[in-house]
Design a protein around this ligand. Structure first.
Ligand code: MN
Length: 245
């Protein structure tokens, strides 16, 4: 392996546009990296290649995630309400320097009897956690995005805070990702269960998002989360108010 030739071993890799040569170089760099910090930064940059390839950052106000973002404290999550062609909610969980992302058509439910389809989508940059605004019509995901909830999560069964990331990674890899959300709206224990490849495109994986029975569970007789909370958790705006800005 030509370890001396890799241009991607530095801490500030260029944003990848997803060319085969760049991907190959990134893979090679990731393999040759011995320090976990270097490996993580390189992997994160490569992980966002799909995200970047779908977007024109001259046209969309979304973050490019050009610089690898490192974990700072607890693992973060965000839920965004997204009025794209089809209204849906995007659930994103921080893992390995990116936000693992799922499109949840009906949004999370706090009723343990309800299983919500969660289609995995491309990893997003951590800076996406503060994105609220409108993606122009005609661009990828065009439509208004609301910050519906922001907080941290703990993977279930983690022996200590130091081991949260490893525990989360193992659970994610197994496809049995049990987490405790510490949000304002999304609170308590949930599981993401991987079920199968989705539709015609097997690269899209479908999962189910299910509430566990705990003190934060809601019975069917109580209004569910997405019907109760209709405004931005950070700005208090409605979807219409965000769209008008
Ligand atoms: Mn979306």
């Amino acid at each position: 392996m030509a370890t001396g030739k890799s241009p991607r071993g530095s801490a500030t890799p260029k944003p990848s546009r997803g060319s085969a040569a760049t991907k190959s170089a990134a893979k090679s760099a990731a393999k040759s990296a011995t320090k976990s910090a270097t490996k993580s930064a390189t992997k994160s940059a490569d992980a966002l290649a799909v995200y970047r390839s779908k977007r024109d950052f001259a046209k969309t106000p979304e973050p490019s995630g050009a610089h690898p973002e490192r974990r700072n404290g607890k693992l973060r999550f965000v839920v965004q309400k997204h009025a794209a062609t089809q209204l849906h909610f995007d659930l994103r969980l921080e893992l390995d320097g990116v936000m693992k992302s799922w499109a949840v058509p009906k949004g999370p439910s706090a009723n343990p009897d309800i299983k919500r389809l969660a289609m995995q989508v491309e990893d997003h940059p951590i800076s996406y956690n503060s994105f609220e605004g409108t993606i122009p019509a005609g661009e990828y995901g065009g439509g208004t995005v609301m910050l519906w909830d922001v907080g941290t999560y703990t993977p279930e069964g983690s022996p200590s805070a130091n081991e949260d990331e490893d525990t989360a990674q193992a659970a994610y890899d197994r496809g049995d990702f049990k987490v405790h959300f510490h949000g304002k709206r999304l609170v308590g224990s949930y599981v993401l269960v991987r079920t199968r490849g989705f539709g015609k495109n097997p690269s899209k994986t479908s999962w189910l998002l299910i509430k566990h029975r705990d003190e934060h569970a809601r019975p069917a007789s109580k209004k569910d989360l997405v019907d109760e909370y209709m405004t931005s958790v950070t700005t208090g705006r409605t979807m219409d108010e965000i769209a008008q800005d």
